[in-house]
Ligand binder design. Structure first.
Ligand code: GLP
Length: 260
């Protein structure tokens, strides 16, 4: 796990965008794992700006999504598929047909989840998965207690997550109870996992993920087992880390020209 503490949350988007741009330079047909929520938005904004400057093309890339609500009508403005199209895909040259999401409207959701997993395998696996972290340590919609070996499946949201996400809906009652999420095991299969967090409200979750035990109680702690995980956080999110000075020092002295 590489911990990168940036001084301001405004530094996160450009830094993570360089990781995506670098990947696409090396591998134009890369598979990106895109996430909803607020955390990846600055990354999308930086990537859109880089695309407009002619610095990156997504034409040959594909993307999969991390998680999705169940029960919203197709095209609902708050479905993660739609948010990712509106916030990112529609502004770059990634064909919408290359954005792959689980069919949360299928009659047989278990089969739809299995098909999504199979599709990721057919794509050759995810090269770079963007992640946020929930205040209770969830990744994707893998709430505390999720098996660290879990695969894409239907899950029930924790009431706190429903409350946290109510800001995206007209009222708290509109937040679905059920979701489909890549499992923790699915996330761990990505070749590079990049988790972003900013703000003091994430400090406890970040400390538990980075410095606590690996436990299903904090699903994000599974990233400690990932061979290539990068955690990009601002100073407020890093406030509870015991080794923050070391992480800063290590980043300052990271091996020359090493790719993220
Ligand atoms: C949400 C999403 C996650 C997201 C996390 C943090 O519930 N399911 O994919 O990463 O919680 O959200 P945000 O980035 O808005 O703080």
């Amino acid at each position: 796990m590489e911990i990168v503490i940036v001084e301001s949350s405004t530094d996160i988007g450009p830094l993570v965008a360089t990781m995506v741009v670098g990947l696409l330079e090396r591998r134009p047909g890369a598979v990106l794992g895109l996430a909803g929520g607020d955390s990846p938005v600055p990354v999308y904004e930086s990537l859109i700006a880089a695309h407009r400057r002619g610095e990156v093309s997504f034409a040959d890339a594909s993307a999969v999504t991390l998680d999705e609500y169940v029960g919203l009508p197709p095209g609902h403005p708050r479905s993660y598929r739609q948010v990712i199209i509106d916030d990112f895909v529609s502004h770059v040259d990634l064909p919408v047909a290359s954005l792959h999401t689980p069919d949360v409207h299928a009659a047989d959701l278990d089969a739809a989840c299995a098909e999504f997993e199979a599709h990721i395998v057919r794509l050759g696996g995810v090269d770079l998965q963007l992640l946020g972290i929930g205040a209770n340590g969830h990744i994707g919609f893998n709430e505390p207690g999720s098996s660290l070996a879990s695969r894409t499946r239907i899950a029930t949201l924790h009431p706190r997550t429903r409350a946290d996400n109510a800001r995206f809906f007209a009222s708290a009652d509109e937040v679905p109870y059920h979701v489909v999420t890549q499992g923790v095991g699915t996330v761990l299969d990505a070749r590079h996992a990049v988790l972003i967090a900013s703000g003091g409200h994430k400090r406890e979750a970040v400390a538990a993920m980075v410095e606590g035990p690996v436990t299903a109680f904090v699903p994000a702690s599974a990233l400690q087992l990932h061979p290539h995980a990068t955690v990009v956080i601002d100073a407020a999110s890093a406030a509870d880390l015991r080794l923050s000075e070391y992480y800063r020092f290590a980043h300052e002295h990271r091996p020359h020209r090493r790719q993220y």
